[in-house]
Design a protein. Sequence first.
Length: 493
Amino acid sequence: MLFRALSSSLPAFFLLPLSLRGEVTNEAVARATAAIQAAAPRGQADPARPIFHVTSPAQWINDPNGPIYYKGFYHLFYQLHPFSDESGPKYWGHVRSRDLAKWEPLPVALWPSTEAGEAEVWSGCCTINGQGEPMIFYTSIAPGKSAQTHAEQWAAIGDDDLIQWRKFPGNPVLSESLHGGKKIYDWRDPFVFHDKNRTFMVTGGNLNQAKGGQAAVNVYEAENSALTQWKYRGVLFQLPDSAARTAECPNFFKLGDRWVLFVSPYGKVQYFVGDFDAGTCRFEARTRGLLDCGPNFYAPNTMQVPDGRRLVWGWVTGFPGGHGWNGCLSLPRLLTLSRDGQLRQNPAPQLSKLRGKEVEWRNIRLEGVARTLMLPKTNALEIQADIDLKTAESIELGFKSGANDARPVDVTFSGTELKIMDAEAPLSLAKGERTLRLRIFIDRSVLEVFVNGTVCATKIIPTLDASASLEMRTEGGAANAKLIRVWPMKTIW
Ligand code: FRU
């Protein structure tokens, strides 16, 4: 009975009896896999569980880890607590894709090596070392130790499919002794980058726990091509805000001719754009902003793809527990910079492969009272709306499960602010610009909004019915909805 329920919804890997699965090489992974299998029927039956965002077959996930394109596959790992749909001791889950549209779940990649004194495997990155070996760097947390004061950076070596991993025997690869007498708190989340044939790593943390912060990104340089010996090169960048308690999950990479730093400071994720001096190992920021204005986006991680472009995924946070699953990753976003150093984000073009049959409306005049459009009969949708604001002061797009929906999903633009239900973000159009280009993705309980490539917002929403409508209204004048295109979205699995 259980087997039949599982077989309808689970990927092939999760169906094999444990004993027949060559991949399951140890007890820890076997137990984690069994727990995920047991929770999957409930998790996958939940109507709020997204279908076109990456998540685990079941249970809790948080940060995306180690995004890497390698040998024809886009690989994503993620923080996973396999034993419940709430946070707990972390493992690494794994998925891969050939085209960024369809994804395949893979066995648990990293587990805590309890025999080696490890209780959790926290966030990190994946890279290929100078000897061509796939390597994961991650933060290792020991049993009974506080992550604030005790952490080490460990490595694991992978096979060519990035499926089987073994811990590097010489762990830790980086320990606190590298810093001499200097104490770095919340020291974690290694991210490797390259510049001028040199290999560097950044880690997150803060320099003064007592004073409530001094969030700082530290930098290290590899001393051998196997990436097993590292030298501390100091503080790459200290966050200008005294209020930032720490810098989690730093990502540091070149975009065009500038350098970009992402940090997750226990609040909205920040980006800085500026210059990197590989001689002094210091970063000078010239512009800054927020990656996502919504309340439910955190700990993003980036991947460089074969054409040199860079994608980012974040953790969509804030789901309720008790449903057999909890957490997903955002859609992949393509990163670019504007001439004045602002980050631009657009949904990865490959997402269009998930579109079903299009419905389209053109030139709908909007003035005051609502115009209602019936949406395709699904609650997994992409909506593209190009709206000429003309004389309208504000415009509201409301997604409703029925005429009397008490909790419609409202997206409102007032000229200076974008509001998604109760979440607000500053947004103004360039001088003379009157066109609002919205890309809205609704994946059951997840909403992602992209506005003119400049503002993104991620928000958990009440799950719409599969027969929802879109109501549009203006205030203070008339607007023209030049083009509204809507697609039902297919599952990524
Ligand atoms: C960010 C974070 C990381 C840490 C991981 C643990 O959400 O706190 O700093 O490595 O999650 O799961």
